[in-house]
Design a protein around this ligand. Structure first.
Ligand code: ADP
Ligand code: ASP
Ligand code: MG
Length: 412
């Protein structure tokens, strides 16, 4: 039997009614002759609540226990979805990550899937089970402990299962009807794309567009998974949603194809550090060891022999960063006069494969922001993206005005 993977995000399983609705869609695919692997998220808001409880209990928590707690939301929805399908007369069984097993690295809270042996589930399909409902977002480490794959990780679970079972397609059901030129909740003019290239989707995702987890796009690209994003609230149709596919299959050829944002960024500046060989390693080594994801970095010369070093990281890692840098200072590895944290910034990025061959994107971006009176604090560029750090209060304005400036509301 051909295998289909269907993933339902938090809003699609937020209530028992919605689980029923999702189960009906699964039933339609079973009726078409598929063996279906359903990947479920926790009910919407549940993971945030669990993360909140962990933070309240232990701000610099042990990530193994974080995983034990935050993985639990998916267990509930997996069981409920299996029960709902059984009530409909569809033979279904739930699986937690460790039962499959979804083997991951031991990088707790940000683990990577290493292997999904298909045998256990395949054997059940052979016995007549029609649907395997798998708890997304979670796996098991080589030591046998529960791991999680980072926020939004159920997308990655879904794509990894599609690859492991050579599925015909991986359908990501969510609360929007596809991938848009920017977050439709921020810009009412956002336009739905019928297709988007893996590369652009990868860049958008890694720059904050949470419609797909970055790692899921990487895996789909590597294993040639046919990946579709669609709404669980609209009538089923074969043409629905957005197909994420190879560059040659996409139609548009404009310099910028999307605007992404990341709301919770912090800008940290170490004032007056010694400007000597090895200083960057001395600063960023301890940060990396502390699990801080440093993103942008700039160094500017202050006085003779001294320099200011600025970097950005997610706001929820500021405490870890401060602790790691203070320890490095106390042990004499680095010396700085002050550490200034600006936790009120966000990152806005323009993304497009067309940037490789068309110039002028940076100047349009900077002029647009300047016309709105928005000050740029840090800039970073790569072949197909330009990112800026700005005050968070301007997030909506920046996204909307850049979307207008690059005429993303208009189809080519
Ligand atoms: P789920 O719970 O189904 O995994 P998420 O909340 O993780 O859903 O992702 C879907 C959300 O992603 C949408 O509600 C939307 O606000 C946001 N989003 C951000 N950027 C985009 C984009 N370019 N296209 C579509 N949705 C986007
Ligand atoms: N429930 C997890 C989260 O909210 C995983 C997911 O929904 O993809 O991050
Ligand atoms: Mg998600």
């Amino acid at each position: 039997m051909p295998v289909l993977v269907m993933k339902f995000g938090g809003t699609s399983v937020a209530t028992l009614d919605r689980i029923k609705r999702a189960a009906k869609r699964v039933g339609l695919e079973v009726a078409k002759g598929y063996d279906v692997i359903v990947i479920v998220s926790a009910m919407s808001g549940k993971t945030n609540e669990l993360v909140g409880w962990v933070n309240e209990t232990s701000p610099l928590y042990d990530a193994r226990e974080y995983d034990a707690v935050v993985s639990s939301g998916e267990n509930v929805t997996a069981g409920l979805m299996a029960l709902t399908l059984q009530e409909m007369g569809v033979p279904a069984r739930s699986w937690q990550g460790w039962q499959v097993p979804v083997k991951t690295t031991d990088a707790h809270s940000a683990a990577r899937i290493e292997e999904i042996p298909p045998e256990n589930i395949t054997a059940k399909f052979a016995e007549g089970m029609k649907v395997a409902v798998v708890a997304g977002f979670q796996g098991v480490s080589p030591e046998g402990r529960i791991t999680t794959l980072g926020r939004g990780g159920s997308d990655t679970t879904a794509v990894a299962f599609a690859a492991a079972f050579d599925a015909e397609r991986c359908d990501i059901y969510t609360d929007v009807d596809g991938v848009y030129t920017t977050d439709p909740r921020i810009s009412p003019k956002a336009r739905k794309l019928d297709k988007i290239s893996f590369e652009e989707m990868l860049e958008l995702a890694s720059l904050g567009a949470k419609v797909l987890q970055t790692r899921s796009v990487e895996l789909a690209m590597r294993y040639k998974v046919k990946l579709r994003v669609l709404s669980s609230f609209e009538e089923p149709s074969d043409e629905a949603g957005t197909l994420v596919c190879d560059e040659e299959e996409t139609m548009e050829n404009r310099p910028v194809s999307g605007i992404a944002y990341s709301r919770d960024e912090a800008k940290m500046t170490l004032i007056s550090v010694a400007d000597r060989p090895g200083i960057a390693a001395a600063i960023f080594g301890p940060l990396s060891d502390a699990g801080v994801n440093v993103d942008m970095i700039i160094q500017n010369i202050a006085d003779e022999g001294r320099t200011d070093m600025t970097f950005s990281c997610p706001t929820d890692q500021v405490m870890r960063a401060e602790k790691a840098l203070q320890e490095a200072k106390d042990s004499g590895e680095i010396n700085y006069s002050e550490l200034v944290a600006d936790t009120e910034v966000c990152k806005i990025s323009a993304v497009g494969i067309g940037m490789r061959s068309q110039s002028g994107v940076a100047s349009t971006m900077f002029k647009t922001l300047s016309d709105e009176g928005i000050n740029i604090k840090v800039i970073a560029t790569s072949e197909i993206k330009i990112s800026v750090l700005i005050d968070r209060k301007y997030l909506e304005l920046a996204v909307q005005s850049l979307h207008d400036a690059f005429e993303l509301d208009k189809a080519e």
